[in-house]
Design a protein around this ligand. Sequence first.
Ligand code: AMP
Ligand code: MG
Length: 355
Amino acid sequence: MTTQVLAPDESSLSLAARLLADGQLVAFPTETVYGLGANAFDEKAVLSVFEAKGRPADNPLIVHIHSRSQLDAICDVPDLAYPLMDAFWPGPLTILFPKKPSVPSVVTAGLDTVAVRMPSHPVAAAMLRACDLPVAAPSANSSGRPSPTTAKYVLQDMNGKIPLILDGGACDVGVESTVLDICHGQPTVLRPGGITKEMLEGVLGCEVQLAGSILRPLRADEKALSPGMRYRHYAPKGTVTLVEGSEEDVLAAMRCLCEAGRADGKKTCVMCFTEHVDALRDCNPHDIGHRGSDSETAHRLFSTLRLLDDEDMDLIYSEVVPPEGVGLAVMNRLGRAAAFRRIDARALLDEVYGG
Ligand code: AMP
Ligand code: MG
């Protein structure tokens, strides 16, 4: 199959709508990352999404809509959802709803809830209006790899597997939507994203919980509230390690680690804040945005991880951000990209130079 990459205009949007209605897959930009869409009512089309991504069948998809009037056909709407939709739709918030039987169980991996979101990206909205179908779409990457934030990275993973990629340029937020469960007692963030716990609490006027495994691996005895949390995720081909400690210790430890990596014949680099690029000039620095500007880091995270694959990087040492606000979404992805490997900079320096 030839994969066309087209700029969004009237003719490419109506082609996208025809393909979706015909049971085929279309990759499209959203404000978070690129999605790989299929008609949510078409079981066979949805199965081909899993196939194109190599996604485990027990990891459910998010259903994308352009209008609240589409909800009635797919789910029940609890009262609590209204203030959330008023405040955050269209936008990067995915809400779990009690599913109706019209949604094939492949979409929800057999769960009795369906995850729904209304994207704000003008191209996503235009495509959803043009086909007027609920579109089931996970991120448009091969399963396990960093999510694509440009059409180029979608093509890397999907070339020959899907007929169309709508190229809407770089995604704004850069990490996937916040996933919020309002169906099982106290509202719980299953996956952190651009809409923060604090923003949700502000609207709901009650405490919002964070799922336990956001910043650590799921324990063997623990049930995955969001099945996606079980899997290896967001990982580039090289080995990512997080380096933690005071600013001074982290810079010194990164220099040590890079020197050791290079001496070992490995392609080695650091992911660091803009302010540290000069100080780490000898460490092949990759800029993840200004210190304290977590939205900028979120925006750059996946494209940086993808670039490191393009560069065949072996060893990647990354700075960390405080796990608060949008920083929680960054650390959730970065932690998984690093398979939770972390180095305490002070301990490393004590070992190298004597305590
Ligand atoms: P992706 O589309 O690749 O961004 O992944 C969708 C995420 O939403 C995964 O982490 C899923 O596990 C999660 N998700 C989708 N539907 C549900 C659901 N019904 N219940 C819990 N988590 C869900
Ligand atoms: Mg994904």
